[in-house]
Ligand binder design. Structure first.
Ligand code: MYR
Length: 281
């Protein structure tokens, strides 16, 4: 059985890594006025944050058209693949996963396993890279899905934003009623629960929010088991580098990398967002 691995652009897996592991990517888009850009193809993260500063109107985002999934799945079938594992950002924040499911029913001769990562960004990337390595190793889609379900048990992701208005505007902040008074003055710690973003704790400053993420990370890292972790930033490469150095010197048994919030996720989080995700490999 020949299995292909597909993900969407919000995993923000660099192109050389996608090429190395034969990962196929479907882009989501950002629109500024009349201009629409497919992220990771027509616009980079740096260009996007620059554009946001130039434009008066804030961008909007869209999921990939179902036709793009149909086209990709059809070409994978024609290349000789029997199955596709298609891994996407949480179905609680985007219709992308649903789009993959719809397209799956429109292509004959190929078994498509759409997988809801229930998260996004490099956390989704972790699932995808693992799936792609397994597919190259000849593992079946069922084995790949079982492994991702296993990973879900130890995968954690916490993040914070500089300005909550982006998340509010895009309607992607759930259960925030209790936080609404003075919402914009605080830096709540955010995470995913049941596929949607929820504020975990009210925190006043960025520094304290970073500290709190470190405490949550320490609970797992202190167990001494190997972990893989990614620091994710929205156009704050220096902050990310410094945080990585600090964490790496404290936790030598953890494999840290730096990733980014690209255009689509950056539209909803705003510049300056910062997060940490990890799992037990
Ligand atoms: C769409 O238009 O379909 C895309 C909507 C994307 C919403 C993104 C909301 C923020 C997600 C934060 C992920 C953080 C993971 C560590």
């Amino acid at each position: 059985m020949k299995t292909a691995v597909v993900t969407d652009s919000t995993a923000y897996i660099p192109k050389e890594v996608r090429d190395r592991y034969k990962i196929h990517m479907i882009p989501l888009s950002v629109t500024f006025g009349a201009e629409t850009y497919r992220e990771e193809i027509d616009i980079t993260a740096e260009q996007f944050y620059e554009e946001v500063r130039q434009q008066k109107e804030l961008p909007t985002t869209s999921q990939p058209p179902v036709g793009e999934f149909v086209e990709l799945f059809t070409s994978l079938r024609d290349e000789g693949y029997d199955a596709v594992v298609s891994i996407h950002l949480s179905s609680g924040i985007s219709g992308t996963y649903q789009g993959a499911l719809t397209a799956a029913n429109m292509v004959d001769g190929l078994k498509v396993y759409a997988y809801d990562s229930e998260i996004s960004c490099m956390a989704q990337g972790f699932y995808t890279i693992e799936a792609a390595k397994m597919a190259l190793d000849g593992k079946t889609p069922e084995e790949i899905i079982a492994r991702m379900d296993e990973m879900k048990k130890t995968l954690r992701a916490y993040f914070m934003v500089d300005d909550l208005s982006h998340l509010q505007r895009g309607g992607r902040l759930t259960g925030a009623q209790a936080f609404i008074g003075g919402l914009l003055q605080i830096k709540p710690l955010l995470c995913f629960e049941n596929k949607v973003i929820v504020p975990l704790e009210k925190i006043r400053t960025r520094k304290k929010a970073v500290k709190r993420i470190e405490e949550l990370f320490a609970e797992d890292a202190a167990k001494g088991v190997p972990l893989k972790a990614a620091i994710i930033h929205a156009n704050r490469p220096d902050d990310a580098k410094q945080w990585k150095q600090e964490l790496a010197s404290q936790y030598p048994h953890v494999d840290f990398m730096i990733s980014y919030f690209g255009p689509v996720i950056g539209t909803h989080l705003g510049e300056g967002a910062l997060g940490l995700t990890w799992y037990q490999p």
